[in-house]
Design a protein around this ligand. Structure first.
Ligand code: KG4
Ligand code: ZN
Length: 372
């Protein structure tokens, strides 16, 4: 089975052709990062308009690189939720038009399910350089060691990106087999990286820059500026807004640090975020009696997170599965793969499929205040 996946939920216009075995035949990602950088975050209307300009060339490129035409496809998968309504609509209308014109089945995919299954993608044969008109990658992080091993079900997954941060128990690929164990009550981890980087004048997105500066920083030297992120140890919920406010207060009082002091502050901030992510993920795995841990989302590129998670899992005899960076950040391949599994299970959506801003996965974490 060969399935086209289209992803436009946030600030990447992406399309890919993937088999139901997870083989990535093509994967085209056009990032809008440069477009949103002046604003320090994603502007929804700007995102939707740019998707509308880019989506058809990106889909054409994905089909061409896979060496197929629409007639060769077994289905069209598209991110239908969660995301920015206007941005989702562009991908949905494109997918519907293509599915209808080519007489192929259409399936909607929950973006979070795509992330949680991205660990199964095989990229050996993929022709996955960015589309020709893609802006240069902003301060691309170094490629950290990634395993091409695939986990068995069940596994515990930490999904940490700019829009989402949660821990899931994944018993299988279907929506009903995925359970949230705990999520952030406020900011996502990537959002915290981006907001702190903005406070420190480091540009957008902040994760890769903070990661790089933290590598030569001494967390202990800036420890007083950054509180621990985990209020209640036994809870699996996160909160990252407090640490962001602490950095803001520090900068308001002392000014923006420079040189070594800047690196130290980045190391202290990153260390606190990573501590929370690692400790809660490991605690979730132990509480569920599960021996496999999977990383997903853009923050999984963080070198501190990878190193600390690897050490924590090794200490407790847990297997850690870290997909390559291209599978962690937003991409069309994870949508195509999740869609292929839905199609293989005989599922279909109609042309009435509408965008939803929220995930279909049941949430257990209440947004807002409270004791964590
Ligand atoms: O998954 P993703 O590409 O997009 C979504 O948000 O869905 O994740 C992007 C997020 C941004 O917040 C970015 O700052 C963060 O991932 N990020 C990182 C690193 N690389 C990207 N955060 C920490 N360390 C990194 N090396
Ligand atoms: Zn995402």
């Amino acid at each position: 089975m060969r399935v086209l996946g289209i992803e436009t939920s946030c600030d990447e216009t992406a399309a890919a052709v993937v088999t139901e075995g997870g083989d990535v035949l093509s994967d085209v990602v056009r990032s809008q990062v440069a477009l949103h950088a002046p604003y320090g975050g994603v502007v929804p209307e700007v995102a939707a308009r740019d998707h509308a300009r880019a989506v058809v060339p990106v889909v054409r490129e994905a089909l061409a690189r896979a060496g197929v035409t629409a007639a060769d496809l077994d289905g069209v998968a598209v991110t239908s939720r969660p995301g920015l309504a206007g941005a989702l609509l562009v991908g949905l209308q494109t997918a519907k038009g293509l599915a209808w014109a080519a007489g192929k089945p259409l399936v909607g995919v929950d973006h979070l399910v795509g992330h949680l299954l991205a660990v199964f993608l095989r990229r050996d044969g993929a022709r996955s350089t960015p589309a020709p008109d893609a802006p240069p990658a902003p301060d691309a992080p170094p490629a950290p060691p990634a395993s091409d091993e695939r986990p068995a079900f069940p596994y515990v997954a930490l999904l940490a990106s700019g829009g989402h941060t949660a821990i899931y128990r994944v018993d299988g690929p279907a929506l009903g087999a995925i359970r949230e164990l705990g999520a952030t009550r406020d900011d996502a981890a990537g959002e915290a990286f981006d907001k702190v980087a903005k406070l420190l004048g480091l540009g957008y997105p902040g994760g890769p820059v903070v990661d790089r500066l933290a590598a030569t920083g001494d967390a202990a030297a800036a420890a007083e500026a950054v509180p621990a992120v985990m209020a209640r140890k036994e809870s699996l919920e996160f909160s990252f807004s407090g640490i962001k406010s602490a950095v803001a207060r520090h900068v308001a009082k002392r000014g923006r640090p420079e040189g070594q002091a800047l690196n130290d502050l980045c190391a202290a901030f990153q260390g606190a975020v990573v501590d929370a992510l690692v400790q809660k993920t490991v605690r979730a795995a132990r509480a569920e009696g599960i021996e496999r841990v999977v990383l997903a989302g853009g923050v999984a590129a963080n070198r501190g997170l990878r190193a600390q998670m690897a050490a924590a899992c090794a200490r407790r005899g847990l297997g850690l599965f870290v997909p390559p960076f291209a599978s962690c950040t937003d991409n069309g391949a994870m949508i195509a793969y999740a869609g292929a599994l839905r199609l293989a299970a005989g599922e279909r959506d109609t042309l009435d499929l509408a965008p939803e801003t929220r995930t279909a996965l049941p949430r257990v974490t209440r947004k807002g205040g409270g004791v964590r």
